[in-house]
Design a protein around this ligand. Structure first.
Ligand SMILES: Cc1ncc(COP(=O)(O)O)c(C=O)c1O
Length: 366
């Protein structure tokens, strides 16, 4: 366990993945790992015994899955210099928020292309913190409108201040390393008896870096299991084709970094041989990305009663899928792991009193 508060420091080569690579990339030591695995009897059914992977506790600055990715991505070119970083997301984006919070100790600025998603108190709070970090925003009403925000950015920027573009969700090939390592961490917890090998893992998916990394990491660790991917976005934004592409990119990056004992035959064969399977589930998307659903709100309330702060865009929908599927299932009892990817941090003291005046978006009152 690392007690180091995250957010600064020099990149090193450390962690569980590093010894398996002949030419490892650098990595900040930002995340507090391993994150605990807790039993959750309140989610059990007659046919399911449920554990939670507590990534909500992965950082005192900003936890969830994002710090796992960013500690790799921000330690390596092209994101390791002094330049601002340009990225995109919704008004409540956890990715943009995490990026801004981890760039701040480096005295670097985030340039953000932001589209409006349905307003909830959580989205409003995330935006308030994002603006308070000093991030600069170029905004659009809708996701397709981001093209116009991008043009506005191109017109505004000058070479000296241009941001280096980072894919949404930090789901670059190197970003996937965060969840490859997370799978190695889980394998070590299974080996140490913290939990039995899960028959199924529930994980939410958006830009697909987390799930691609986890799948590849499970194959690398030799953990045979099924991963149920609960999409938080519409099928055009996350689907089997995009996932396969991301899987290939993650595996390609591992090879490029000198994966010791690299398997032959491509990433899909590798998963097959390791007994790692997956399914993609769009049933919880409801009214679209960021739109709260009744089942999601129920999940938020239930988790809240057990001390877990969820949000309605990703983790609530994932837990709703778990509850729906496990309640309907018969058959032998199985071991279920729900991966909680949402940061639990209270960021209210990071909100500047004048954030609304600084925000280029007219934010409706609560
Ligand atoms: C809380 C939370 N969980 C999960 C995800 C999905 O991760 P990925 O974009 O890697 O699919 C996100 C993405 O922003 C998120 O904010």
């Amino acid at each position: 366990m690392t007690d180091e508060p995250a957010g600064g420091g020099a990149p090193s080569s450390s962690g569980l993945l590093w010894p398996r690579l002949a030419d490892p990339p650098r990595r900040f030591d930002w995340a507090v790992l391993p994150t605990p695995v807790d039993r959750a009897p309140w989610l059990d059914t007659p046919h399911a015994t449920v554990w939670i992977k507590r990534d909500d506790r992965s950082s005192p600055i900003y936890g969830g899955g994002k710090v796992r990715k960013l500690q790799w991505v921000l330690a390596n070119p092209p994101y390791d210099g002094d330049a601002p970083v340009l990225s995109m997301g919704g008004t409540g984006s956890h990715h943009l928020l995490a990026l801004a919070l981890f760039l701040a100790p480096q005295r670097r600025t985030l340039h953000a292309l932001v589209f409006e998603q349905p307003w909830t108190p959580h989205v409003r709070r995330n935006l308030a913190v994002l603006v308070s970090t000093g991030a600069k925003l170029w905004t659009a009403k809708t996701r397709p409108g981001l093209g116009v925000a991008w043009l506005a950015y191109r017109l505004w920027r000058r070479p000296a201040i241009a941001g280096t573009y980072m894919a949404a969700g930090a789901s670059t090939a190197l970003g996937c390393f965060g969840f490859i390592e997370a799978a190695l961490e889980l394998a070590a917890q299974i080996a140490a008896g913290a939990l039995p090998r899960p028959d199924v893992i529930y994980l939410t998916a958006g830009s697909a870096g987390s799930c691609a990394g986890l799948l590849v990491g499970l194959a690398l660790a030799g953990v045979s299991t099924h991963v149920h991917l609960v999409s938080s976005v519409e099928a055009w934004a996350f689907n089997g084709v995009l996932l396969r592409r991301k899987l290939a990119a993650a595996e390609g990056e591992l090879r490029a970094r000198g994966l010791v004992d690299a398997p032959t035959g491509g990433v899909m064969r590798w998963l097959e041989r390791a007994g790692v399977t997956f399914a993609i589930d769009h049933a919880e998307v409801g009214g679209g990305y960021g739109a709260p659903t009744a089942a999601g709100l129920d999940a938020v309330a239930l988790a809240g009663a057990h001390g877990l702060a969820l949000e309605t865009t990703y983790t609530a929908k994932c837990l709703a899928a778990l509850r729906r599927i496990e309640a309907a299932r018969g058959g032998p009892r199985r071991n279920v792991l729900w991966w909680n990817t949402h940061a639990g941090n209270d960021l209210s003291d990071r909100i500047a009193p004048d954030w609304r005046a600084r925000c280029p978006i007219a934010v409706p009152d609560e």
